[in-house]
Write a protein that binds this ligand. Structure first.
Ligand SMILES: Cc1cc2nc3c(=O)[nH]c(=O)nc-3n(C[C@H](O)[C@H](O)[C@H](O)COP(=O)(O)OP(=O)(O)OC[C@H]3O[C@@H](n4cnc5c(N)ncnc54)[C@H](O)[C@@H]3O)c2cc1C
Length: 377
């Protein structure tokens, strides 16, 4: 008898979970990994693409290279999830399993921010980063505003990183003094759980003449008037709007009844949903950690160990601890790091490592170890 597992979504969570189950169970495993895309990319590679540092081909890993014992990959669009019966429908087939893992990430609601689709830009989707790569070289002067539409959003440091990298990009092109850069955030401080990281970022903004507007998500953009309106109805001149779009759970998850109050509730220690045999890992759940690859991977490890323990009949793993390290691009070819414990009581805490060139190397190794582990590169 084989263990039949369905893994929905081949991002950070789905890839790590499938890899661990394959390593532990091997040919006794009958795992189907389903994703609508043909390739994987690491979230932060969108900066490489957007600023023309790497090509699309260099950062996308084709799923045909994800080859593991007991695992088959299907490139299909999931159209229905029936968590009560552990059954999943795609546009091509119907699948049933003993264990179902939902790792479908977060979708974007571009229409939520009026004017974004007509006249704004974003770098949160891969297509958006590619469009910016083509657009940025045509931009020569004016007001650039990076603004967040709503919370929660993936990788909370990413908006701060984007303005620091934009500063370097415009400086290299010799047009920095013709451009103003503003960051409008929904938080008082850039990284709320880590005051040290927030201070370092605020100092970096001040040194580079980047304006930080706290506690104000963006509301609408008027590309005709070139004006951005914030939640408190204040207006900002804006010639180039880079939006962090509103995030939402994929519609197929809403329709499945798995989500409650926007995201999938899970048992924090085990990542189990209220449906027996169904787990939810990564951005799609609301376990309390930020929406980031390192946390999706950490949650996937705990869910995988729990599935393996139940299959092999031994005790389950220690509870998920909600700890993860995020690298932060500070520009000037330096990277900082913050290790955050999101499930620590009474509130999340963070430890900051100063930006350095060593951390540039470490961040690069973070990517190469994942490519090697998952894709054998
Ligand atoms: C600009 C940027 C920078 C970032 N930087 C970092 C960073 O430095 N560190 C970090 O840890 N995180 C970072 N992130 C966040 C990180 O990319 C995500 O949090 C992470 O990918 C979440 O993993 P996941 O497995 O939950 O979902 P995802 O990786 O989003 O995977 C979900 C998968 O589900 C698939 N899918 C969705 N719907 C369907 C469907 N109906 N049918 C079939 N397949 C479907 C998608 O194609 C996708 O492959 C960054 C994100 C951005 C946008």
């Amino acid at each position: 008898m084989k263990l039949r597992v369905l893994v929905l979504g081949a991002g950070f969570g789905g890839l790590e979970l499938s890899t661990m189950l394959s390593e532990a169970i091997g040919e006794q495993l009958d795992l189907t990994l389903i994703d609508k895309s043909d390739s994987f990319f690491i979230g932060f590679s969108k900066f490489d693409v957007m600023f023309g540092r790497k090509t699309t081909r260099e950062v996308r890993m084709p799923y045909r290279e994800f080859v593991k014992p007991g695992v088959q990959f299907k490139q299909e669009v999931i159209t229905d999830i029936d968590p009560g019966n552990l059954r999943v429908t795609t546009e091509k087939s119907v699948y049933e399993a003993d264990v179902l893992v939902v790792a479908l990430g977060a979708d974007y609601d571009f229409e939520f921010t009026h004017g974004l689709v007509d006249g704004g830009h974003e770098f949160y989707s891969f297509g958006g980063a590619e469009r910016l790569r083509d657009f940025l070289p045509t931009f020569t002067r004016g007001n650039i505003v990076v603004g967040v539409a709503d919370t929660p959003f993936k990788c909370p440091p990413a908006p701060s990183e984007s303005v620091l990298l934009l500063h370097d990009y415009l400086t290299e092109r010799g047009i920095r003094d013709q451009c103003q850069i503003t960051l409008a955030m929904p938080f008082e401080h850039p990284i709320p759980p880590s005051p040290e990281t927030s201070v370092a970022l605020m100092e970096a903004f001040a040194e580079r003449d980047i304006r930080y507007i706290p506690n104000r998500p963006v509301e609408t953009y008027d590309p005709e008037r070139r004006v951005l309106t914030l939640l408190d109805e204040s207006e900002l001149p804006c010639d180039l709007f880079l939006c962090i779009p509103k995030h939402r759970v994929p519609q197929v998850v809403v329709d499945s009844g798995l989500a409650e109050n926007d995201w999938i509730p899970v048992e924090p220690a085990t990542l189990k949903t209220r449906f027996p045999g169904v787990y939810a890992v990564g951005d799609v759940n609301k376990v309390g950690t930020p929406k980031a690859g390192v946390f999706a991977e950490g949650a996937a490890k705990v869910a995988a160990k729990s599935i393996i323990a139940e299959w092999q009949g031994h005790e389950g793993p220690p509870p998920y601890n909600g700890i993860g390290s995020c690298y932060i691009e500070f520009g000037h070819q330096r990277v900082g790091r913050v290790e955050v414990n999101f499930l620590s009581a009474p509130k999340p805490t963070g430890i900051f490592d100063e930006p350095s060139q060593d951390l540039v190397k470490e961040k690069s190794e973070f990517a190469t170890t994942r490519y090697a582990r998952w894709f054998g590169r």
